[in-house]
Design a protein around this ligand. Structure first.
Ligand code: SF4
Ligand code: ZN
Ligand code: ZN
Length: 309
């Protein structure tokens, strides 16, 4: 490969098709960190005194986010960074995820808050999957709902005022397309870099990697020797999302920059949808007191069904 487009000195090792740049190791890593900084300031994600809780699953995206935020945080001595790991109770998978998360936290000298489905809800995901085999919902939909609630409670109880998740550009564009496929129009308004705090019990969610393609996060992790969990969750869905992933990746190959185009298009559409969602009333769940749209939050509905199964 040729010389780096930016420093014009070192040998390029990465070709960024959508911008036409060929980058050396140093310029590539700097470009990712600077993309995260720009995203944080463009969407006003952080303030200098924030207590940021990072949701770390142990996978490459969340561990990389933790490393990049740890670097950025050094410039803000009043900010505090901690990690939260949720043990879903998936045999052979969750233990390894927690081991990798703890190891990275030790290395970065970051506090790690550990919460499990079992202690919060009384059931492991494995138990729930066995008990709900007949239901139409997939393990991932149970897991997603229970994890979102657990993360919010853990972040709040740890004194956090920001909850950073590692959704990358690929995740965001796939979810946007999936929402259109499934007709979840109102959900389109919820896929955004910073979620508004629509209830005092919600901790503000931010997505500092939302403009970084997945492939570049993987390469950054590799170049920096970041250890992450490579095991795939046994319940990982292979259905529609994977087909959408392939579709978007094929389009990106043929038309570099497609993922950014999708992301920007939804940014334009979102305000119109938001004007509809503004009228939705958020109240306290009558079972657990956590914020919800209906009378009972979805995790409580799941647990209620499990206890009478
Ligand atoms: Fe949970 Fe599905 Fe992720 Fe497994 S793949 S951890 S079940 S959301
Ligand atoms: Zn360079
Ligand atoms: Zn509830």
């Amino acid at each position: 490969m040729s010389t780096c487009t930016l420093c014009k000195r070192r040998k390029a090792i990465f070709m960024r098709f959508y911008s036409g740049e060929n980058l050396c190791k140093i310029c590539f890593c700097r470009s990712i960190e600077s993309k995260v900084r720009t995203t944080i300031s463009r969407y006003e994600m952080l303030n200098p005194c924030d207590k940021i809780m990072v949701a770390v699953s142990g996978g490459k995206d969340s561990v990389t986010l933790l490393h990049i935020l740890a670097k950025i945080e050094k410039e803000f001595p009043k900010a505090k960074l901690s990690a939260i790991n949720i043990d879903e109770g998936i045999k052979g998978y969750s233990v390894e995820a927690q081991r990798v998360t703890k190891k990275n936290c030790r290395k970065l000298n970051i506090e790690c808050v550990l919460i499990s489905f079992k202690e919060m809800y009384g059931y492991n995901l494995d138990d729930i999957v066995k008990m709900t085999r007949e239901k139409a919902l997939s393990p991932c939909s149970f897991c997603g709902m229970l994890r979102r609630k657990a993360l919010n409670i853990a972040a709040r109880e740890s004194g956090g005022n920001k909850l950073a998740t590692a959704h990358n550009l690929d995740d965001e564009t796939q979810t946007m397309i999936l929402n259109i496929f499934n007709g979840n129009v109102l959900q389109i308004a919820r896929v955004k870099p910073v979620l508004e705090v629509i209830h005092p019990k919600f901790i503000q969610r931010i997505k500092p990697l939302c403009l970084v393609p997945e492939r570049e996060i993987a390469f950054y992790a590799y170049l920096n020797g970041i250890e992450f969990q490579s095991m795939v969750c046994p319940y990982s869905e292979t259905a529609l999302r994977n087909d959408i992933r392939q579709l978007v990746n094929r389009m990106e190959e043929k038309h570099p920059g497609t993922k950014f185009t999708i992301f920007r298009s939804i940014e334009k559409i979102r305000p119109a949808i938001e004007s509809i969602t503004e009228s939705l009333k958020i109240r306290d769940c009558k079972m657990c007191g956590e914020p919800t749209i209906g009378e009972t939050c979805q995790p409580c509905q799941i647990l209620l069904e499990l206890s009478i199964l």
